[in-house]
Design a protein around this ligand. Structure first.
Ligand SMILES: Nc1ncnc2c1ncn2[C@@H]1O[C@H](COP(=O)(O)OP(=O)(O)O)[C@@H](O)[C@H]1O
Ligand SMILES: [Mg+2]
Length: 243
């Protein structure tokens, strides 16, 4: 298809997944990935594909996913209501569903508790741990602020982002509210994939330095499933996964 404004390199699904996960696959070092897009543009489909890709390509790992909303679960593993049930799971993959199963508001995932569990898990094992968060804003207390545990000044989620990499902890998160999540989530992410966006969201991502002016018009022409793979210091690539 001709695009007379801006020529963008395209990559395949496998190339994209390999790029996102490369530090884990080549160095056993955790990666940070963010999927940014309005609702219905394909974030969950892609995030879940990444989870399956890791399972297929990393010999041994633990995959913990949080999905409090979707009716149909695309993430791998057994579904549980609360993170307190993780320990009871025999397999290596688990999906924490919270109110999506119980319909009880009290079962909202406590991300600070979860971050502690992931940290403790990684501390006692050589096996890499990958955390998939479906909507990172759920780990926040207010606009651009991580939640913190009672009486604690520092957020454990933030610590997981900052210091978990060398412990083999990977984090891949989605968000439909790019301006509301902490800036650190962008700063710490090796790769950010952006679906169709416009207006204020584009302006915000441009100010953060995630995209450039020339990327904006490319994003405007995207349809469901199309996204831009951004990695600092590398040319942007256009991609879409099969359904
Ligand atoms: N790569 C794709 N190609 C075609 N359709 C897609 C693709 N990804 C998602 N979709 C469609 O969009 C719907 C919403 O996708 P989903 O991942 O749930 O979006 P989000 O998490 O961003 O709200 C899917 O159910 C599917 O019908
Ligand atoms: Mg989703």
């Amino acid at each position: 298809m001709e695009n007379r404004y801006h020529q963008m390199d395209q990559i395949s699904e496998d190339e994209c997944l390999a790029d996102i996960a490369k530090s884990l696959i080549t160095k056993k070092e955790g990666f940070r990935q963010l999927w940014v897009g309005y609702t219905g543009y394909g974030k969950t489909v892609c995030n879940a594909k990444l989870a399956h890709y890791l399972i297929d390509n990393v010999r041994k790992l633990f995959v913990i996913s949080t999905d409090q909303k979707n009716k149909e679960v695309l993430y791998p593993g057994e579904q549980v209501v609360l993170q307190t049930q993780i320990a009871k799971i025999e397999g290596q993959e688990v999906v924490i569903r919270g109110p999506a199963i119980s319909h009880a508001a009290d079962d909202e995932i406590d991300f600070e508790e979860l971050a502690k569990q992931v940290w403790d898990m990684a501390r006692v094992t050589e096996v890499p741990v990958a955390l998939f968060v479906d909507e990172l804003f759920d780990a926040c207390s207010a606009s651009q602020q991580w939640a913190t545990h009672k009486g604690e000044r520092k957020s454990r989620m933030e610590r997981l982002y900052r210091q978990g990499r060398v412990m083999g902890i990977s984090i891949s998160a989605t968000t439909q509210v790019p301006q509301e999540i902490p800036r650190l989530a962008y700063a710490m992410s090796d790769t950010v994939c952006i679906f169709r966006m416009d207006g204020r969201e584009i302006e915000y991502l441009r100010r953060l330095g995630v995209i450039e002016d020339s990327d904006a018009e490319v994003l405007l022409n995207f349809t469901v499933g199309d996204f831009l793979l951004c990695r600092k210091g590398h040319p942007k690539k256009q991609c879409r996964f099969s359904l």
